[in-house]
Design a binder for this molecule. Structure first.
Ligand code: PLP
Ligand code: COI
Length: 480
């Protein structure tokens, strides 16, 4: 089987195809297709094909199987290629004569994106990065034709270790068009470091920071047309993931690891952004325990949480997520689904302190968590790491507010917590169910820092040294 990476037909607008064909018995058969593809096939269109083994062939569209029509890469992308001469002319003529093809291509390429209405989901992606490394030499390499591929299905060995034994980790980072007009990522070096720790723990080859950042940059540039403009309330979520792609049957590390990165523009993780959410305390399941892998972003940590969240929403439809407690019998707050927890405490002298659970190996050390700690300190708040017993929170005495943090969640205020006690449910609300002003202040400051909005009101009380540090260490310029 030859894997066809890309078939491009240059038209107005150009469209691309991906497909696979078997070279064994002469001409392969088409197995899957679309109306537009069928039409082109029936007109006997030829296309230029780039195969995995580096060959370039002229192939009839009829000869493809698993064929699909997808948007080609953005013209800025550096892996774009075009067919030429008679193939191009024929394709162009066909495009003119058959509006159905054009309509389809245009829909994929030019449909205006409603930036403000995007859900947090896989929405659109034009291009992705794929790289591999062999164990144990661990040298990460892009494919023969560079880092970037059109977004497409991946071929994966059915015995790949990730599919059976969960040898896989992922990351999430955000990229923005900043107020200064630059393309910036927020703390990608920290995502790289966390990914390296995860890879070590799951016996995969760690990806060097420079390599990962280069790959993130290629992904972002390949998806430039999908980058939300400054100030539209959406952001580009970049999802690097690494997995044991080599086959094994025994429970052993794969001999090959793959890195893939895609990106999609997204809206807020919790509906309503700064609207306070309601959480349910999960009393049966635990997310992690000492000696397990709650402190890395292993995919296997997330699958069991799906049923927990589903059941919570079934019982209490207003609930957005659950609060996970510690597994040491002390019922301390650990995390909020896929985000870190913070409580806002009022001290006896009226001063405000931020408290967050201690990192004892069961909690994911969030990059947003770390940013909020440093930001709150720079604002002059006292920030403490300590155990937070759920009972203390439910009594609602000293705790006057709460929020959770994450790349996807940003800073999401918590308005209410529900805890079931036998057949009864107990509730506690913070700040009358509205956003606590400290959470709001931190939200506006963090989101301003992420987009280089240095003159934003929300940053006016921050010391200059802190802003300088953010410019130097947190804002990573991908493109000027
Ligand atoms: N906790 C869990 C379990 C997560 O999945 C995430 C998301 O990444 C976080 C916390 C927040 O981490 P970060 O702020 O680095 O996105
Ligand atoms: C993130 O915030 O980047 C996450 O990984 C959350 C995700 C599980 C949706």
């Amino acid at each position: 089987m030859i894997n066809v990476r890309r078939v491009d037909i240059h038209g107005v607008p150009f469209i691309g195809f991906r497909g696979t064909f078997s070279s064994k018995k002469g001409l392969p058969r088409l197995e899957e297709d679309l109306i537009a593809v069928n039409l082109m096939k029936s007109k006997g269109v030829y296309a230029k094909v780039f195969t995995d083994d580096g060959r370039v062939a002229r192939v009839r569209l009829n000869d493809f199987k698993h064929m699909s029509l997808l948007p080609s890469l953005h013209p800025d992308s550096f892996t774009q290629s075009f067919v030429s001469g008679s193939i191009l002319k024929k394709a162009e003529r066909l495009l003119e004569n058959y509006p159905i093809i054009l309509a389809r291509a245009q829909k994929m390429q030019e449909a205006p994106i409603n930036w403000g209405g995007l859900p947090f989901d896989f929405n659109f992606c034009d291009a992705m990065v794929v790289a591999t490394a062999d164990y144990p030499n661990g040298k990460w390499e892009f494919g023969e034709r560079g880092a970037l591929y059109p977004f497409e299905q991946m071929n994966i060995h059915p015995s790949a270790v990730v599919l059976h034994y969960g040898q896989g980790i992922f990351e999430g980072m955000k990229v923005f068009y900043s107020k200064q007009g630059r393309l910036v990522a927020f703390r990608p070096q920290d995502n790289a470091a966390r990914m390296q720790r995860g890879a070590e723990r799951l016996c995969m080859n760690p990806i060097p920071t420079d390599f990962l950042i280069e790959a993130v940059k290629a992904t972002v540039i390949g998806n430039k047309r999908l980058l939300p403009p400054y100030g539209v309330g959406a952001s580009m979520y970049v999802r690097p993931f690494e997995f044991g792609s080599g086959p094994k049957l025994g429970v052993k590390p794969a001999a090959e690891d793959t890195l893939c990165i895609f990106a999609s523009p997204v809206g807020p993780y919790f509906k309503g952004g700064l609207t306070p959410i309601t959480l349910l305390v999960e009393s049966n399941s635990r997310r992690s325990a000492h000696g397990i892998v709650g402190n890395i972003k292993a995919g296997g940590n997330y699958a069991p949480s799906m049923l927990v969240a589903k059941e919570a929403k079934k019982q209490h439809p207003e609930v957005s997520e659950v609060i996970y407690l510690s597994s040491d019998g002390q019922n301390k707050i650990e995390e909020v689904g896929a985000a870190n927890f913070f409580a806002i405490e009022e001290e006896s002298d009226g001063r405000i302190a931020l408290i967050r659970p201690r990192l004892t190996g069961t909690i994911l050390p969030g990059i947003t968590r770390d940013s909020v700690i440093k930001l709150a300190k720079a604002f002059g708040y006292s920030v403490m790491e300590k155990d937070i017993a759920i009972e203390t929170v439910m009594r609602g005495e000293t705790i006057v507010g709460a929020f959770c943090t994450g790349t996807a969640a940003v800073i999401s205020p918590i308005g209410k917590i529900i805890m079931e006690n036998g057949s009864e449910a107990k509730e506690v609300s913070f700040n009358g169910g509205t956003v606590h002003p400290v959470a709001e202040k931190l939200y506006h400051a963090l989101t301003a820092l992420q987009v280089e909005d240095w003159d934003n009101e929300a940053l006016k009380d921050l010391p200059k040294e802190f802003i300088d540090e953010v410019k130097k260490e947190w804002v990573y310029v991908l493109e000027e």
